[in-house]
Write a protein that binds this ligand. Structure first.
Ligand code: NAP
Length: 263
């Protein structure tokens, strides 16, 4: 059977779910790509490569060298650089592009959210009075909080941030979701958290902190997602989950098979 060659840019639950759906499906020859940021990544049941490509030009070269027929971007909504690179490489090579965009979290009744466009404004929104703050923003974006050292921070991330990137009063919790409502209620109470700062990552795995904050009437500073790059003029589609991606890839496979048979 003809196999569709797919490059899947991952690092998310959606990418892992899609890898699971593609594994052992004879219609597809997928390769998962991970940046190599986490020390113990969850490896999939499909072939996997780890590490950067060398910018958009390097990614375009990989697409050509490997004769990739579909580029699937299932990276985190806040991983903006790799998305730009993917769009540029798809444009340079004419590779069809599929974007998996998990829905953003929406404010619900009882939520006390302040929405801000970036991490600098998130740190500023904490204000001048010392607070006990839970940061669930990953390891890379701590600089604005280092510049606001009068707060006490609890930082939850998959791997510990390097000590030189930490604010002075910081306690680190290394943990990988999914988290339950009970876990997060206990964390907020035990650590006497007064404010939460989070990215609007969306998805179920890290949503419980928002429900716990609602219960405890805690304010949340919600950092908005960076916008998608412009895909106009590209053969591009957008879906919200792995099942939608599988349906799109199946249609690509069928179209490529029909073209080969000349039907
Ligand atoms: P980024 O700033 O958008 O990307 C920086 C560079 O990392 C890219 O230019 C690329 O290097 C390399 N890269 C990123 N994703 C890659 C992938 N899937 N395969 C190969 N190379 C990749 O990304 P980031 O924010 O550092 O995130 C890195 C990874 O962690 C992503 O795969 C993302 O899905 C995952 N992640 C990110 C977040 C977040 O909040 N940012 C949260 C959870 C998971 P080259 O230019 O050399 O190709």
């Amino acid at each position: 059977m003809r196999q569709l060659k797919i490059l899947l840019l991952g690092g998310t639950g959606e990418a892992s779910a899609l890898a699971g759906l593609l594994a052992n499906d004879p219609r597809f020859a997928p390769m998962l790509s991970l940046a190599g940021r986490t020390k113990t990544p969850v490896l999939p049941a499909i072939p996997c490569r780890i590490g950067g490509f060398g910018g958009a030009a390097g990614l375009a070269q990989y697409l050509r060298d490997q004769a990739i027929e579909s580029l699937v971007v299932a990276t985190h909504p806040f991983a903006a650089q790799i998305r730009r690179n993917a769009v540029d490489a798809a444009r340079a090579t004419g590779t069809p592009l599929l974007l998996i965009e998990r829905p953003a979290w929406e404010r619900q009744a009882g939520d006390r959210w302040t929405e801000v466009p970036d991490m600098e404004q998130a740190a500023a929104a904490l204000g001048p009075a010392p607070r006990r703050v839970l940061l669930t923003i990953g390891r890379k974006d701590l600089a604005p909080f280092v510049a606001a050292p009068w707060h006490d921070y609890v930082i939850r991330s998959v791997d510990a941030p390097p000590p030189e990137f930490l604010p002075p009063h910081a306690r680190i919790i290394t943990a990988r979701g999914p988290f339950t409502l009970e876990d997060d209620r206990r964390l907020l109470r035990d650590a006497r958290i007064e404010w939460i700062v989070t990215k609007n990552s969306g998805g179920a795995a890290t949503h419980a902190k928002l429900a716990a904050a609602r219960e405890l009437r805690l304010p949340v500073i919600m950092v908005a997602r960076p916008p998608w790059p412009d895909v106009s003029g590209l053969q591009a589609a957008r879906v919200s989950d792995a099942e939608g991606a599988l349906a799109w890839l199946a249609a690509c496979h069928d179209a490529a098979s029909s073209a080969k048979r000349g039907v």
